[in-house]
Ligand binder design. Structure first.
Ligand code: UDP
Ligand code: MG
Length: 310
């Protein structure tokens, strides 16, 4: 049977959300009247989610389990979903039901109108701390302003993509991934649909600040050279300032003014420049580390168990 919709849900310790996720996705997708499949990608869960996924798959063949050998991260789990999906429209959804499955039908409507990427834009967010909302808002705007691709703001991974788009994404083998950026980068006919982001049904966020920071770095380094250019700008600026300072110093010497001279001034200048240089090295390091990872060419993920009808 030809599958129309493939729904991908990455799962990392979401045991309490699994039954509700399955129930709601099934209800919504059955009501569409078209064949669908639910790909549950277990990203190295340790709370029994793995067994929960296997159980669901045994009861219902529309559920297809992909079990990772360890935790590879949300973005990689999504990628595995792309690799195994068989549908004409591929939908990524969070397993904690913050992205209401009911919205899928709205996304599908736009797809049927001819749009190839239909991304869901977070109009309101429920049940998240102000810190999370604030850092997320900053993150989206920073990425928008410095990356070369116009990645829509307030938009997570919740989206529907046409088979054509996913076939292109499957060829993008980069290791440090930012799927929202990748799906903006490919072009095609894109449109946003507003939705209300719900609170988590159960469990806690798997995205602490450190992971958000890592994702932000992936987004920036993956889609922009801006940080590397900042080092250059800084270099020119400080060289410019020092050149301007030469006549000032000469003038002061001649007039006998001793202002600005002394150990403290020198110390501050040295520390400031030392700091700028170390930060620039760090920025270079970020890019070089990523190059090194790409050069190693290791597999993106390792599956312990996956459907063989890929
Ligand atoms: N997730 C994952 N691997 C990870 C972290 C998260 O597969 O290493 C999944 C998680 O199970 C959920 C989705 O990614 O389905 C989004 O994570 P979460 O809800 O914790 O993020 P938040 O909504 O708080 O940003
Ligand atoms: Mg969530």
């Amino acid at each position: 049977m030809k599958i129309i919709y493939s729904i991908i849900a990455p799962i990392y310790n979401e045991i309490d959300n699994l039954p509700e996720l399955y129930r709601r996705v099934k209800k919504v997708m059955d009501s569409s009247g078209e064949p669908w499949e639910l790909l549950l990608v277990d990203d190295g869960s340790t709370d029994g989610s793995t067994e929960g996924i296997r159980e669901l798959a045994q009861k219902d063949a529309t559920v297809r389990p992909i079990i990772f050998a360890r935790n590879f991260g949300h973005q990689v789990a999504i990628t595995a979903g792309w690799d195994y999906a068989r549908g004409d429209a591929i939908i990524i959804i969070d397993a904690d039901l913050q992205d209401p499955p009911e919205t899928i039908l709205e996304l599908a409507k736009k797809w049927k109108e001819g749009y190839e990427v239909v991304y869901a834009v977070r109009g309101e967010r429920e049940g998240e701390s102000w810190f999370k909302k604030f850092t997320a808002a900053m993150f989206y705007r920073l990425i928008y302003s410095i990356t070369d691709v116009k990645i829509p703001v307030d938009t997570g991974d919740f989206r529907l993509m046409d088979r054509k788009v996913v076939n292109v994404l499957k060829q993008m083998k980069e290791r440090h991934r930012f799927p929202r950026g990748m799906s903006a980068w490919v072009g095609f006919k894109q449109i946003g649909v507003k939705y209300k982001r719900a609170a988590r049904v159960a469990g806690v966020t798997k995205y602490p600040f450190s992971k958000m920071l890592k994702l932000a770095l992936n987004a920036i380094t993956g889609f922009s050279y801006f940080p590397l250019q900042v080092a250059t700008y800084f270099g020119f600026a400080s060289a410019g300032v020092s050149i301007l300072a030469i006549p000032v110093v000469i003038y002061m010497r001649i007039t006998g003014s001793g202002a600005f001279f002394g150990q403290a001034t020198t110390l501050i200048a040295v520390l400031f420049l030392g700091g700028v240089q170390l930060i620039s090295l760090g920025i270079l390091g970020e890019y070089i580390g990523r190059l090194y990872d790409e050069a190693k060419g290791r597999p993106l993920y390792i599956v312990r168990d996956a459907p063989d009808d890929q």
